[in-house]
Design a binder for this molecule. Structure first.
Ligand SMILES: Cc1ncc(C[n+]2csc(CCOP(=O)(O)OP(=O)(O)O)c2C)c(N)n1
Length: 603
């Protein structure tokens, strides 16, 4: 072990300490490091990184939402080529989308420092999968830094820019939901401006044709050893000496759980899992009788440590799937015989109280899916608030894979020739721009019979209401060009396009019916702003005139959370009532009511 001091920012932090979440600390660290360009596509738990970066002065940092994670990384790479520090941030699945430029840039390297913030979501709080970005870092040959708390998030972000320039590589800064969204006290520093270097003409480095790539690949391999050596001398890996009977290798937020549950053991806290701290790990292993690896998600360190020929225990004690917690870590150490097993945990109690998520009262997506169910369509879905239409009571989505998949999936179903029902792809506006346009081109190119429904609520609602290229506003609210979906679909070759208002249930149903009988590709743009954005829309609420309610329960099929059962009954069935405090007066329930008993509230 070379050094025991934690890695500190290149410039001394000022004496000021402020409470920051992990994401706020990352943004602060980037600002202090002199970042000039920040671009991202939103995704929980990473969204607030760019949102916080955009709170700094536009004269210091240019920030903007990108159309997807690949274009975001491409733009950040462009800024790095031009000699300024740049950063992009995304959720773990965003890196799947941005993988192509990342793999190339690992060969090319950087001019201005380039940091890719990736926030993993162990426990799948709000994602389609659970992924461990450390595997991606090793796959790409790109160093990954793994802060445990907000202070480290700030310091490692600064370090990441420095490393990027010193070792000519993009650097991944990996966070997780727990770190990104947890607030703690952080000692902050000042911004250190970096003089822009300008574009360096060096096509043998910046043009990745086979002849150059063959030369650059060995550079990536050699860099792995060089960065590992640097890490071992930098103090980023912290060895906390304790009981020599047990040594625990850990990382990220798992370190905090280990400290809480078994504070007396020897701990090797790795600030980075790739490149591996081989020498430090060997030394640490030799100093303890029993080596335990406590890591979240994949057995990344455990596998590497065993490959070094060292005996270690890891996933035999701790789960490989899901988020770690103090309770699960205690359970693991109890299995290892270090601590007593725990009594009933808070987690179990909370999980037993799980409440299924629902669309908001007045959500415009509700009526679109109600209509599609009525039409008996085979519906491919996508990722967004509207994915909730897959569950009761709307239950009108048959497939959901990943962002942008709905249209391609629908084309594939049509090409199979087995589907008798009308095939409808449903996709949100932000998702359509993210990755829905190429498959729409494929749909026309393959001349299939499908309908594409663009659920245009004028915002990226799922992640908290971010603007995008279809809203006509940039991330600081500045007016900018607004994509015209109709023109875009026409340019892809679609000749049957209609716009419908999902608050006019009858008309919209009729439009969708016409769309599905059209031969070829048809597009319906269901246009109506999200009820929560930009300000919460609230009209006069509705009420059920109980005397007229025949308990037909048609309104219940909307799944509106403002509609609940009443104690009154009609022919043995419960009537319904509406909560006037949450009702936004969209009138969808009144439109589907068979007995006309839902009316505006009268004083
Ligand atoms: C590759 C990827 N990037 C980001 C996300 C996070 N995310 C989930 S849905 C979504 C967009 C939702 O917006 P939109 O399609 O307009 O639907 P809405 O939620 O507004 O109904 C985003 C950014 C993700 N799941 N996958």
């Amino acid at each position: 072990m070379k050094a025991e001091a934690a890695v500190r920012p290149a410039e001394p932090a000022s004496s000021a300490s402020i409470p920051l979440t992990g994401n706020e600390a990352i943004a602060r660290g980037a600002w202090e490091a002199g970042v000039r360009v920040g671009v991202a596509y939103p995704g929980t738990p990473s969204t607030e990184v760019l949102e916080n970066l955009s709170d700094y002065a536009p004269s210091e940092i240019y920030t903007q939402w990108a159309t997807n994670e690949k274009t975001a990384l491409d733009m950040a790479i462009g800024a790095s080529f031009a000699g300024v520090r740049s950063m992009t941030s995304m959720k773990h699945v965003g890196l799947n989308v941005a993988a192509d430029p990342l793999m190339s840039q690992a060969y090319i390297g950087v001019n201005g420092g380039l940091v890719v913030v990736v926030c993993d979501d162990p426990g799948i709080h709000s994602s389609q999968t659970e992924q461990d970005t450390r595997l991606f870092a090793r796959f790409a040959g790109v160093p990954v830094l793994e802060p445990s708390d907000a202070q480290e998030a700030l310091e490692y972000t600064r370090l990441a820019f420095q490393l990027s320039e010193d070792f000519d590589t993009p650097v991944i800064l990996r966070s997780t939901t727990r770190l990104s969204h947890t607030r703690s006290s952080v000692a902050v520093g000042e911004r250190v401006e970096q003089a822009p270097k300008g574009f360096i003409e060096d096509p043998q480095k910046t043009v990745i044709i086979p002849a150059n790539a063959r030369r650059l690949h060995p550079k990536v391999v050699a860099r792995e050893a060089a960065v590992a050596r640097y890490f071992e001398g930098s103090g980023i890996h912290r060895w906390e000496k304790g009981d020599r009977k047990f040594g625990v290798v850990t990382h990220g937020t798992a370190y905090l759980y280990v400290k809480e549950i078994v504070p007396e053991v020897s701990i090797l806290k790795l600030g980075s899992s790739y490149p591996l701290a081989e020498n430090t790990i060997r030394e640490f292993a030799a100093s303890v009788d029993r080596l335990i690896v406590c890591e979240e998600l994949e057995p990344f360190l455990e596998t590497e440590i065993k490959a070094l020929g060292l005996a270690a225990e890891g996933k035999s004690l701790f789960p490989r799937c899901g988020e770690l917690s103090p309770e699960l870590v205690r359970e693991g150490f109890a299995k290892a015989g270090l601590v007593e097993a725990a009594p009933v945990t808070l987690n179990e109690t909370v999980e037993n109280m799980a409440r299924p998520p629902v669309l908001c009262p007045g959500c415009p997506h509700t009526a679109s899916y109600l209509a599609l169910r009525g039409l008996g369509a085979r519906v491919t879905g996508d990722i967004g608030c509207y994915t909730l239409a897959a569950v009761d009571p709307l239950r009108s989505i048959d497939t959901t894979v990943c962002m942008g998949a709905s249209i391609g999936n629908a084309v594939g179903i049509a090409l199979s020739g087995t589907e008798k029902r009308p095939i409808v792809a449903t996709i949100g506006d932000s998702t359509f721009l993210h990755s829905g346009i190429p498959p729409l081109i494929d749909a026309v190119y393959n001349d299939v019979n499908i309908t594409v429904v663009i659920l245009d609520n004028h915002i990226t609602a799922m992640t908290g209401g971010q603007d995008h290229a279809g809203t006509g506003r940039g991330m600081r609210g500045e007016p900018t060009y607004q994509v015209n979906y109709e023109q875009m679909c026409r340019a892809a070759g679609v000749d049957w396009i209609r716009t419908a208002d999902p608050y006019e249930v009858g008309k919209m149903y009729q439009t969708l019916r016409e769309a599905i009988v059209h031969k070829g590709v048809s597009v319906v743009i269901c246009s109506r702003p999200c009820v929560l954005d930009p300000v919460r829309i609230k009209g006069a609420p509705l009420e059920v005139k109980a005397a007229g309610c025949v308990a037909c329960q048609s309104c219940m099929n909307l799944g509106c959370p403002s509609i609940t059962w009443s104690d009154e009954t009609y022919e043995g069935r419960n009537k319904v009532k509406i909560d006037p405090t949450t009702c936004i007066g969209c009138t969808l329930c009144a439109q589907v009511c068979l007995s006309d008993c839902i009316q505006p509230v009268t004083a």
